[in-house]
Design a binder for this molecule. Structure first.
Ligand SMILES: C[S@@+](CC[C@H](N)C(=O)[O-])C[C@H]1O[C@@H](n2cnc3c(N)ncnc32)[C@H](O)[C@@H]1O
Length: 302
């Protein structure tokens, strides 16, 4: 009878699956990793095809000096290809531990573990400030929710590529279709809105110049003032930190077109103003300053 009881107990334990110590460890590890993040997945997993991955890397002109982030990295394919094909380094962030496990496994198989890091994290909590390129394959609503973070944390000049989805009223700098899939490309613009001032010595003291810029993302308009005289600004462009525009000014008593080009760093723009007559004679150094209190954020929606 005692033997029958022992046998029965063994059968019951096997049937209800009494876990061994190791199995318990695995169970608690799995539980700790998958809950609660699994409940917060904003976008279901769907991998980007190889053709689209390659084009995304090309459009962003990814190279060996880049640090490529994929926010919602899935099985890690975009950052792994950024290393394999372009010699870049990569960071993949995904909320789903299964995806991070796959990414690490794929990085190991591709022999790139020394140049990639995969982090299990909510992309909205991730620290993305070091990225030079950000890759996305999310959803339109998630892109819009992410947009203020991109403007807050990324340096001007950082490239952003999105598979399938746009960024609402932040127009893409470039858009392409590959095998029926849209690819959008943006460069994070510097913040240039406000009034910039500088002075140029002209023999009888300094000439005062001002440039007033209105900005909506990378789209800018400008008005130029020398003293109290206003002049229209033509062909004004902002790409990352690079600002350029044309303006007609007097030089040696003659109306002359000048091309201004400069690099924006916070509240300073430094560059040159060149008369458009072919030679470099008359080229001036250009250093403009903005009152820091007058600057407003490029993206204020949060
Ligand atoms: C459409 S897949 C894209 C995968 C990969 N980027 C690619 O293009 O092949 C979206 C990925 O985002 C991840 N994801 C969804 N919500 C997330 C969140 N809040 N934080 C981080 N990752 C998230 C999903 O787990 C999924 O792997």
């Amino acid at each position: 009878m005692k033997r029958v009881h022992t046998l029965l107990l063994t059968v019951v334990i096997v049937l209800i699956g009494f876990p061994a110590a190791g199995a318990l460890d695995n169970l608690s590890a799995r539980t700790a990793m998958s809950w609660p993040p699994q409940q917060k997945i904003d976008v279901p997993y769907e991998p980007t095809s190889e053709k689209v991955v390659v084009r995304m890397l090309d459009i962003a002109t990814v190279g060996p000096r880049d640090l490529v982030y994929d926010l919602g990295c899935g099985d890690g394919r975009i950052v792994i290809e950024a290393v394999r094909r372009k010699g870049a380094r990569g960071v993949g962030i995904d909320i789903d531990p299964k995806r991070i496990q796959e990414s690490n496994e794929n990085a190991r198989k591709a022999g790139v573990t020394d140049r990639v890091v995969f982090i299990q994290q909510d992309l909205f909590d991730s620290d993305i400030g070091k990225a030079t390129v950000v890759m996305l394959y999310l959803l339109p609503s998630v892109n819009l929710k992410l947009r203020p973070k991109l403007f807050r944390e990324l340096d001007p000049g950082t490239r952003v590529v999105s598979h399938s989805h746009d960024m609402g009223d932040w127009k893409a700098d470039r858009r392409e279709k590959v095998k029926g899939h849209d690819i959008y490309f943006w460069v994070i613009p510097a913040n240039v809105a406000g009034t910039w001032a500088w002075a140029v010595p002209d023999g009888q003291g300094n000439k005062q110049y001002n440039l007033k810029i209105g900005q909506r993302f990378q789209e800018v308009i400008g008005t130029f003032f020398f003293g109290n005289t206003e002049a229209p600004v033509r062909d004004i462009r902002l790409t990352g930190r690079r600002l350029s525009f044309m303006v007609d000014r007097m030089m040696d008593g003659k109306k002359t077109s000048f091309r201004y080009e400069g690099e924006v760093n916070g509240n300073t723009i430094e560059g040159t103003a060149k008369p458009e007559h072919g030679s470099s004679a008359g080229t001036e150094a250009w250093k403009a300053k903005r009152n820091p209190n007058a600057a407003t954020a490029v993206e204020t929606r949060d």
